[in-house]
Design a protein around this ligand. Structure first.
Ligand SMILES: [Cu+2]
Length: 508
């Protein structure tokens, strides 16, 4: 997902600290890109706890056991997922990062609205970290919630380079007895093809590999029609066949929960009747998951670090990069927590054990997954968690599309190296008209911000990553309160690599 600094213009602009396209667009007053002063003064507004948490983070090749199968891959600290980072809202976090990989890398703090010059996007916010190189991250974490981190370089995310980042709420209202983090992933490295081989094959075949579908079907480029603005969407759920679906481009040999395949899953222990908070993170590169805890209903409480009105469901759907938190009151026995890849074959699971009982066979699919999964359109912002009401100062289009000519994915008809960034002025609210003009789902992610589904101040949930079903769209409002130049991109690692990225640039 590295922005490609191929043009001399981009390189020059980066050297000067200017956005390339923004610099070209700077033809009138009020249209200069913001600089380091604006970033620093916005950062000074962040509430601070006075505490500092210091961490060391090492990216390194390692052998990991995926549950009966040992593979060579790249990891944070030799573990899969990497060790969790944790802080409380308002803390200053220092991470001494050490790159022991044979390639350049980067670390992006997914979902955290931190200062722009710590966002970890190479060639945009930070220099890439060379092999053997180091970087000292130093930022204040503003808001509680479930976050994670991963490289923003090429396809490295589709190796083992990911870990949770939990920001605690100093006024935690949860009242739960235990907390489990559940990280979902699709896995090929060291088992099947490497991510780079997968990408080369997608490029060569124009996307027709894996499940036999690129998802770039007949509707492409034909506009949104009545789907635009619909909030009642949700992908049609015919994914059971795995053929011709909109779920993804790549069939993976393994799907994982907490780095383990179904053959030897992670076991989570608690006592019957305890209330457990689940923090679910989809860290996959190309796989949407539907999840459920067998024998239980889930009370969904947060998404992407923001509270929602507690909503009960049997199952829920997470696009890549999305997080949902849910509370379950546990029964007595052994229960699989199952993540089923949408539109693909296979399963991932962990086991919840609160007492005696037989372990269900690895392939068992909980009946909870037969119901329609909860998605973003089924939840509302909790009181107090909406954006401030505001009339948008601008409306900007974000059209997600692809080309069957090769394997090319675009935003507003352009790949990243040719992009025309979205622009905002500090303090204003902008409305993004997101439309998916392709036959595949795309999880759209905005760095450094959350947006609200529907109008600012309304009832829609706040998100930093939204799964946009095929041929549908969402209108979201974004408040420009974190100056800088930010990535906006599809969180399918292969789509991003194939160009499906743009920027949000602040102008003065
Ligand atoms: Cu995509």
């Amino acid at each position: 997902m590295t922005p490609t600094p191929v043009t001399r213009r981009a390189l020059l602009a980066a050297t000067l600290g200017l956005g390339s396209a923004a610099a070209l667009a700077a033809c009138g007053s009020g249209s200069q890109p913001v600089g380091a002063t604006a970033i620093a003064s916005a950062d000074a507004q962040r509430p601070r706890s006075g505490r500092t948490r210091a961490y060391r983070l090492v990216a390194q090749p390692a052998q990991v056991d995926l549950g009966g199968r040992t593979v060579d891959t790249w990891t944070y600290g030799g573990a899969l997922p990497g060790a969790m980072l944790r802080a409380t809202a308002g803390d200053r976090v220092r991470v001494d990062f050490d790159n022991r990989l044979p390639e350049e890398t980067s670390v992006h703090w997914h979902g955290l609205a931190i200062r722009n010059d710590m966002d970890g996007v190479p060639h945009l916010t930070n220099p890439p970290v060379a092999p053997g190189g180091r970087f000292g991250f130093d930022f204040v974490v503003p808001e509680p919630g479930t976050y994670w981190f991963h490289p923003h370089t090429g396809l490295q995310l589709d190796r083992g380079l990911y870990a949770p980042f939990i920001i605690d709420d100093p006024h935690e209202p949860g009242g739960y007895d235990a907390e489990w983090v559940l990280v979902l992933d699709d896995w090929t490295d060291g088992v099947g093809r490497s991510p780079e081989q997968v990408y080369a094959e997608l490029k060569r075949s124009g996307g027709s590999m894996g499940m036999g579908s690129t998802g770039m079907g007949s509707g492409m480029g034909s506009g949104m029609g009545s789907g635009m603005g619909s909030m009642g969407g949700g992908a049609s759920d015919d994914g059971a066949t795995g053929m011709g679906g909109d779920g993804g481009d790549v069939a993976y040999p393994l799907y994982l929960v907490n780095g383990r395949a179904t053959t030897d899953p992670d076991v989570l222990r608690a006592k019957p009747r305890q209330r457990v908070r689940l923090r679910i993170i989809n860290a996959a590169a190309d796989t949407i998951f539907d999840v459920a805890l067998a024998g239980h209903r889930l009370r969904v409480t947060d998404t992407d670090g923001h509270r929602i009105r507690p909503t009960d469901t049997a199952s829920l759907r997470l696009g890549m990069g999305e997080r949902y938190d849910a509370v379950a009151t546990l029964q007595d026995g052994v229960f699989p927590f199952v993540a089923r890849p949408y539109g693909k074959h296979g399963l991932a699971r962990a086991l919840v054990r609160t007492g005696a009982g037989t372990v269900p066979t690895p392939g068992v699919v909980p009946t909870e997954l037969a119901s329609k999964p909860l998605t973003v359109v089924d939840v509302q912002a909790a009181p107090g968690s909406a954006l401030p009401p505001a009339e948008p100062a601008s409306t900007q289009d974000l059209t997600l599309s692809g080309s069957m000519n090769g394997y090319v994915w675009t935003i507003n008809g352009r790949t990243y190296d040719d992009t025309q960034p979205l622009t905002v002025h500090p303090g204003e609210t902008t409305r993004l008209r997101i439309r998916n003009a392709s036959m595949m789902s795309h999880p759209l992610h905005v760095h450094g911000h959350t947006f609200q589904l529907g109008p600012a101040g309304g009832i829609g949930p706040r998100k930093d990553t939204i799964l946009v079903p095929p041929m549908l769209g969402f209108e979201v409002d974004l408040r420009a309160d974190n100056p800088g130049r930010w990535m906006v991109h599809c969180h399918n690692a292969y789509h991003a690599e194939a160009g499906m990225m743009t920027r949000l640039d602040y102008l003065t």
